[in-house]
Ligand binder design. Sequence first.
Ligand SMILES: C=CC1=C(C)c2cc3[nH]c(cc4nc(cc5[nH]c(cc1n2)c(C)c5CCC(=O)O)C(CCC(=O)O)=C4C)c(C)c3C=C
Ligand SMILES: [Fe+2]
Ligand SMILES: [Fe+2]
Length: 322
Amino acid sequence: MLLLNLGTPDATDYWSVRRYLKEFLSDPRVIETNKFLWWPILNLVILSVRPQKSGHAYEQIWDKERDESPLRTITRDQSESLAKRLSGDDVVVDWAMRYGNPSTASVLEKLQKQGCQKILLVPLYPQYSATTTATANDQAFKALRDMRWQPAVRTMPAYFETPEYVRALAESIRTGVEKLDFDPQLVITSYHGMPVEYLKRGDPYHCQCYKTTRLVREYLGWPEERLMVTFQSRFGPTEWLQPYTDRTLEALPKRGIKRVAILAPAFSADCIETLEEINIGGRETFLEAGGEQFGYIDCLNASEPGMEMIEALVRRELSGWV
Ligand SMILES: C=CC1=C(C)c2cc3[nH]c(cc4nc(cc5[nH]c(cc1n2)c(C)c5CCC(=O)O)C(CCC(=O)O)=C4C)c(C)c3C=C
Ligand SMILES: [Fe+2]
Ligand SMILES: [Fe+2]
């Protein structure tokens, strides 16, 4: 079983972040702009300024002891926890990244050498998007293309509407809110954004985000106005999915909403987008705009309820194999 996540730089210095961003932003699944038009913009403009800016953001959240990014630590923890849970079932569990290290190709090769002849690919994205799920699978299939003795492969579908995920997410909100030392007037589900154009071309991500929040609201039995959807991490000058998280946080205090809790359901692991952009940047934006209390609710990460959910999902996908 191969857990797949997005990837992260090896270090926070300019060249490490640049290498990571170059691989990421050269992916035509992520940037659909014509490649002859995109090449000079990426190489001459974005890669000369963004690595510095992102490197600084990574520094804020870097795990200095392990010298790695939280996304890597958490993905490894998830893999180790799942391996323990499946230890009686003759299943090898490993993890890899779409961009950066450990690369998908290197881990697939390792699994093949270990004798794995059936591999379940598990893209760790609850909501499907061509920019995440599809490119993670593409990268795995690209590696399989070079194998003479190719293993059989299954891919795990997006799991946003499974009862296991909805329950785990809803319960994380319930306990997250209970742990706060204030009562939030509003809970914001902030999803990673994407260009509106991708939605128009048929990417179902936007709809799956809204459905996730609706299912969670129904599970909790909360009124509509208690749980809100926003989209974060805007990149570049084009229009992205709205409402934008940062603008919402800025506007809420003027509407009398001064106590909020926020979580990021599109991320299976806390990362720069949640820890820096939301818990540091979003908090600052909200408090500077007149907000009084801001609570961040962690991603499911390698928590017991989160791993119980992943175990149930992968067991279903492994049916007939183990
Ligand atoms: C430029 C277009 C981008 C699209 C479309 C996009 C979609 C998307 N991304 C995630 C999950 C993650 N993204 C992360 C970081 C990140 N994302 C983009 C750009 C797009 N993402 C950039 C440039 C970056 C790098 C960080 C930065 O420079 O700001 C991460 C975190 C990686 C980490 O190291 O911590 C994740 C996870 C989803 C779910 C998604 C779906 C629409
Ligand atoms: Fe992203
Ligand atoms: Fe970001």
